[in-house]
Design a protein around this ligand. Structure first.
Ligand SMILES: C[S@@+](CC[C@H](N)C(=O)[O-])C[C@H]1O[C@@H](n2cnc3c(N)ncnc32)[C@H](O)[C@@H]1O
Length: 243
């Protein structure tokens, strides 16, 4: 909670990303020194080799669809990606400006993923990049159940999120950079800096993806937890047992 506001309320999150959408890509690339793009690629590379070619699936909290080029490059047989995102701003930017040439392969659902009614066993794959931080542990448990429900038997998944690199010798300096230096630089340079500072708060509250890995295991999925760059990003990847 921040000043009596629930920062994990989906409507609050939607407004943050609607306001940030036009500057989100440049911001995240520049202020992460290109690491966000590298981590998206690593998230897609972590998808386990499926038994059959991937045909259709979901990008949850898809934003502007930054992971689609990597996904379609690694799995050229994919013919349909259903992107789910709550933000109208991110949705419009994705479909109107960034991915016009691939709209035949993309369906965009603008909705709260946890309230959406995605069909059971409808996905060969589920991916998500940087979409975990704006959820509480309860919401993570709902998301884990959703992923287990929508994957087909044998379906594969990979998700990644920026994380707190616990145990890394340079952690204190890194967290100082994230929580103090970046918000200060942003407040000098960026209109709407408080929204980007919110994204920093979500990241530091998140911790890492290890609890989420356990929730996915509880749902019966095979899960590997992985760390990137000393734990500055963590991810989960795995599959649902083939039937
Ligand atoms: C940090 S952005 C990541 C976007 C993109 N996947 C990327 O790699 O850049 C997080 C996205 O999650 C979306 N989001 C947050 N909560 C959501 C929810 N409950 N349902 C659907 N989308 C949500 C936001 O609108 C935002 O676009």
């Amino acid at each position: 909670m921040t000043e009596g506001v629930d920062i994990y309320d989906p409507n609050f999150v939607k407004e943050v990303f609607d306001r940030c959408s036009s500057r989100y890509i440049g911001y995240s690339y520049f202020f992460s020194l290109g690491f966000t793009e590298r981590w998206r690629k690593q998230c897609i590379a972590a998808i386990p080799l499926p038994d059959a070619p991937l045909s259709q699936g979901y990008d949850l909290m898809a934003g502007t669809g930054e992971s689609w080029p990597h996904l379609l490059k690694r799995f050229p047989d994919i013919h349909a990606i259903t992107a789910v995102d709550i933000s109208t701003g991110m949705h419009e930017l994705a479909m109107d400006r960034l991915h016009q040439h691939r709209t035949h392969k993309i369906e965009f659902i603008e909705d709260d993923v946890l309230a959406s009614s995605l069909p059971d066993e409808s996905a060969d794959f589920v991916v998500s990049t940087f979409g975990l931080k704006t959820f509480t542990p309860d919401q993570h448990a709902q998301l884990a159940a959703l992923i287990a429900r929508i994957l087909k038997p044998g379906g594969v998944f990979s998700l990644i999120e920026a994380s707190d690199p616990r145990g890394w010798w340079a952690r204190r300096a890194y967290m100082f950079h994230l929580k103090v230096v970046l918000p200060f630089v942003e407040s000098l340079l960026l209109r709407g800096a408080q929204d980007f500072a919110m994204i920093g708060s979500y990241t530091s509250n998140f911790g890492d993806a290890s609890d989420f890995a356990a929730m996915l295991r509880n749902e019966g999925l095979n899960v590997e937890f992985n760390k990137h760059f000393f734990g500055c990003a963590t991810g989960v990847a795995g599959n649902k047992q083939a039937g």
